[in-house]
Design a protein around this ligand. Structure first.
Ligand SMILES: [Zn+2]
Length: 268
């Protein structure tokens, strides 16, 4: 599953390749032939990322909605147009570039009300300048659910994936099992700011880098993250505990991230 920075980076690349241009749109694989036919020959006005969703706005009000899911991927190339590789669900061709989308979880057209409704269901995206963190804090501060679950719930706040979750909570000394309602405003603001900073680095460098000063190109993965996939805490040298939240691996240093409030599910 791509994390939020991957989708924002794709939005940036696709915006440069497509926005402002009349596009030839097709579905080489055939499964999106009807939808492609409806936007073929129309001008693409915007390409925007909201969490893990990509929205391509077309003249006339139609929006192409792509969510890659687990197996989808994008390919962007300069012209000339070449034979499609694999099952290309939708192909977008401008005067300079070809963008292919293979195997997306979602590929459909939305009208304006449907687009607004989708955006309203996605939590504020830490990478968007227009995001309202207050919306996320309201949800978190009223919830008994673990903060480690809430910050990855894309309807609460959008963008954070599995690796960033463990890394951000470690950097901010917050135990992932802390109930949302035990997170005060100051702590939430630190989490939000750190997520924004780290994901912005991810967009710029095209890599998950959560160790301050690590280089994307020279450092191996293990040198770019602090605790994800590790057994020893880089700060205190203590053991890293590994457990699962909703079936996804989570890591915590219980010395650096003490659980201060009652754990989720405990009766008071
Ligand atoms: Zn530690």
């Amino acid at each position: 599953m791509p994390e939020g920075h991957t989708i924002h980076r794709a939005a940036r690349d696709h915006r440069r390749a497509l926005a402002g241009q009349v596009l030839a749109v097709s579905s080489p694989q055939g499964r999106f032939a009807e939808g492609a036919g409806r936007i073929d020959g129309r001008r693409c006005l915007t390409v925007e990322a909201y969490g893990k969703h990509l929205l391509y706005g077309f003249e006339g009000g139609a929006t192409l909605h792509i969510h890659l899911g687990l197996f989808g991927r994008f390919r962007v190339r300069k012209l000339p147009v070449t034979e499609p590789r694999g099952a290309v669900r939708v192909r977008l061709v401008s005067t300079t570039h070809v963008v292919d989308v293979n195997g997306p979880n979602t590929c459909r057209l939305l009208d304006e009300p449907e687009t607004l409704s989708l955006i309203g269901r996605i939590g504020p995206d830490v990478l968007r300048a227009d995001a309202d963190p207050e919306r996320a804090f309201r949800r978190i501060s009223r919830s008994r659910a673990a903060i480690g679950r809430l910050i990855m719930d894309q309807s609460v706040m959008a963008g954070i994936g599995n690796i960033y979750r463990s890394e951000i909570l470690w950097r901010q000394a917050v135990h992932p099992e802390t109930p949302g309602r035990a997170i005060d405003r100051e702590t939430f603001d630190r989490i939000w700011r750190d997520a924004k900073a780290l994901l912005s680095i991810g967009v710029r460098r095209n890599a998950i880098i959560t160790v301050d000063g690590a280089a994307a190109s020279r450092s191996r993965y293990g040198e770019r993250v602090n605790i994800f996939g590790k057994t020893r805490c880089p700060a205190c040298r203590g053991d890293i505990r590994r457990f699962e939240i909703d079936g996804r691996r989570t890591f915590v240093c219980e010395a650096c991230q003490p659980l201060q409030a009652a754990p989720v599910g405990a009766t008071s």
